[in-house]
Design a protein around this ligand. Structure first.
Ligand SMILES: NC(=O)c1ccc[n+]([C@@H]2O[C@H](COP(=O)([O-])OP(=O)(O)OC[C@H]3O[C@@H](n4cnc5c(N)ncnc54)[C@H](O)[C@@H]3O)[C@@H](O)[C@H]2O)c1
Length: 266
């Protein structure tokens, strides 16, 4: 147990993982709680967020699970009320929810709008709900948004729709930071590269056999100059820094967590 987030109340969206193992949000929720935060963890998948709650219970760290779909403003209103009832304030908003979908112009408009809804609109709705509360509290706050290196670099798969949503996250992050800097509300983004989370790996695992899966894991590692794909913990550690007071002079920017992947492409 550390104290880098001692007494802070943190909302983490997507605090479960979409399959076995550690996703970015699940690792971040647990790391925040290990560092002394009171974590209000949201997920639309009850089993997933309950699994995170079980881990927290075993470690005797403070985590409250809440089931909600954050594309729905009514469910957001209810979750903010529940968090305030439980913890009385909100210091940190970690906007982790996002879906990674391959696809480009062969897809239809509904598909584009679905990815936009989950990756960007939900972030807008959560931020819109939390910032007035932070302003009212009067002592600042920290918002961390999950973008991706796909926002700025093409790494060889057709994902223009995903890239568009993650570019939007970066623009949104910088603008929110500047609009609320006077209230000492910081807002930053994380740009992960290749991360071995259930979101990225489960669709592959379901499609191929064991041998082929191991081969693909090796190919993912080989893409990265540092020699390995990231884990959710690599992303969580960057989130911890940005959410903590150690980053009190860091706002309107991005941390690239990609083992050197994107720098290869200029
Ligand atoms: N995995 C990667 O390689 C990678 C790379 C770059 C960026 N990212 C970003 O990291 C973030 C998290 O990814 P992950 O791989 O940890 O995902 P994950 O699937 O492991 O976890 C995300 C969780 O979000 C939940 N969720 C999805 N939609 C929701 C909604 N509408 N309301 C509430 N909960 C919802 C899911 O149920 C899941 O438990 C995403 O924004 C993703 O784009 C991931």
């Amino acid at each position: 147990m550390g104290d880098r987030l001692k007494d802070k109340v943190a909302i983490v969206t997507g605090a479960g993982a979409s399959g076995p193992g550690w996703g970015n949000g699940k690792a971040t929720a647990v790391l925040f709680a290990r560092e002394g935060a009171k974590v209000f963890g949201i997920d639309r998948n009850e089993a997933a967020v309950d699994e995170t709650a079980e881990i927290a219970k075993a470690e005797k760290i403070d985590f409250t699970p809440h089931i909600a779909d954050i594309t729905d403003p009514d469910q957001i209103e209810a979750l903010i009320a529940r968090c305030l009832e439980r913890y009385g304030r909100i210091d940190i908003l970690h906007n982790n929810v996002g879906i990674f979908e391959l696809g480009s112009i062969e897809k239809d408009r509904d598909y584009f709008e679905h990815v936009q809804l989950v990756n960007v609109t939900s972030m807008f709705l959560m931020t819109k709900a939390v910032v007035p509360r932070m302003i009212e509290q009067g002592d600042g706050g920290a918002i961390v948004n999950l973008a991706s290196v796909a926002a700025t670099h093409y790494v060889g798969a057709p994902y223009s729709i995903y890239a568009a949503t993650k570019s939007a996250v970066i623009g949104f992050t910088r603008a929110i930071a500047l609009e609320h800097a006077a209230h000492r509300i910081r807002c930053n983004a994380i740009m992960p590269g290749v991360v071995n989370t259930p979101l990225a790996l489960e669709p592959i695992r379901k499609k191929v056999g064991d041998d082929e899966f191991q081969k693909i894991l090796g190919q993912r590692d080989a893409l990265v100059p540092i020699g390995r794909a990231a884990t959710g913990w690599d992303v969580a550690k960057a989130a911890l820094f940005l959410a903590s007071d150690e980053a009190s002079y860091v706002t309107a920017t991005e941390i690239v967590v990609d083992g050197g992947l994107s720098a290869q492409f200029g």
